[in-house]
Design a protein around this ligand. Structure first.
Ligand code: GLN
Length: 278
């Protein structure tokens, strides 16, 4: 049995459970059993082989997590036991090592992805929009043939983007991180830093969005600056995206991620086996 949890403190958690249910049915030919649970306590978290952190409001989610005694267990889940975690929108913010503060203030981050996110990147005017995008990771791994997957409808709601991939931090803040508007995930114990150093993977950019931003200067009124925003990244066991797959009926990303969970479990079993026979 594989247990997958969805952090259920705030936000779109039941939507994720719904799509996970659909995704496990799509995976059913393999004789595997899945258990899907809502996670509100450290005890529930400890049962999970993988975890989703949904979209919602990251400040609230982090405050409730702190109050429920979940922040440290979540950091351990991501960075010490290194089980697969996927954050969508607010979830991506919480999984970043660094984020900008908004007017309302900041929140405590969980960390795990060596990136800096810009919250509410698309601002007010475009608070919410949808875009049909080709997500390369869906084409390469979900089908046996090399056929390209049809576009995925990505829903962006006050969405963050990854504005920077950070060099691995070794427990010291960089000049930039000391800026007032920045929130940084706390460093774990030295043991964890060592483990991260050894097992550390690079940040992979999984998807980008081309946007056309209005020119900033008046004399460039009719020109537009093209930008390529990073909207999905993976680093080892941690995956994050700016948009909300849970607000669609398309379970392809959930299927893809459950395969990631399965692979992670296989790796873990092989590792434990090797450890035992040593
Ligand atoms: N901007 C929100 C935040 O800071 C995230 C929005 C979302 O998850 N839809 O938490």
């Amino acid at each position: 049995i594989i247990t997958v949890g969805v952090l259920a403190l705030q936000g779109a958690f039941s939507e994720h459970i719904q799509l996970l249910r659909q995704a496990t049915a799509d995976l059913s030919p393999q004789d595997l059993q899945w258990r899907l649970i809502e996670v509100r306590t450290p005890q529930e978290l400890s049962q999970c082989d993988g975890l989703i952190i949904p979209g919602g409001e990251s400040t609230t989610m982090s405050l409730v997590a702190a109050r429920s005694g979940l922040l440290e267990p979540l950091r351990d889940f991501v960075k010490v036991s290194r089980r697969p975690v996927w954050g969508t929108c607010a979830g991506l913010i919480l999984l970043a090592e660094s984020a900008n503060r908004t007017k309302k203030g900041g929140q405590e981050l969980i960390g795990g992805l060596d990136v800096r996110v810009n919250r509410n990147h698309f601002g007010r005017q475009t608070e919410s929009f949808q875009a049909n995008l080709d997500l390369p990771f869906l084409s390469s791994s979900t089908s046996e043939t090399s056929k390209e997957a049809p576009p995925y409808r990505c829903v962006f709601i006050r969405a963050p983007v990854v504005e920077k991939i950070l060099p691995h931090k070794k427990g010291v803040q960089s000049e930039e991180e000391r800026l007032d508007d920045t929130i940084v995930a706390p460093s774990k114990t030295p043991v964890d830093d060592l483990a991260r150093e050894q097992l550390r993977s690079d940040v992979e950019v999984m998807a980008t969005l081309s946007t056309r931003l209005p020119a900033l200067q008046e004399n460039q009124e009719h020109e537009h600056k093209a930008a390529e925003d990073i909207i999905a990244v993976r680093q080892g066991n941690v995956f994050g995206c700016s948009f909300h797959p849970e607000l669609t009926e398309d379970a392809r990303i959930h299927v893809w991620w459950l395969r990631e969970v399965m692979q992670a479990m296989e790796r873990r079993q092989q590792f434990e086996l090797a450890d035992r026979t040593r």
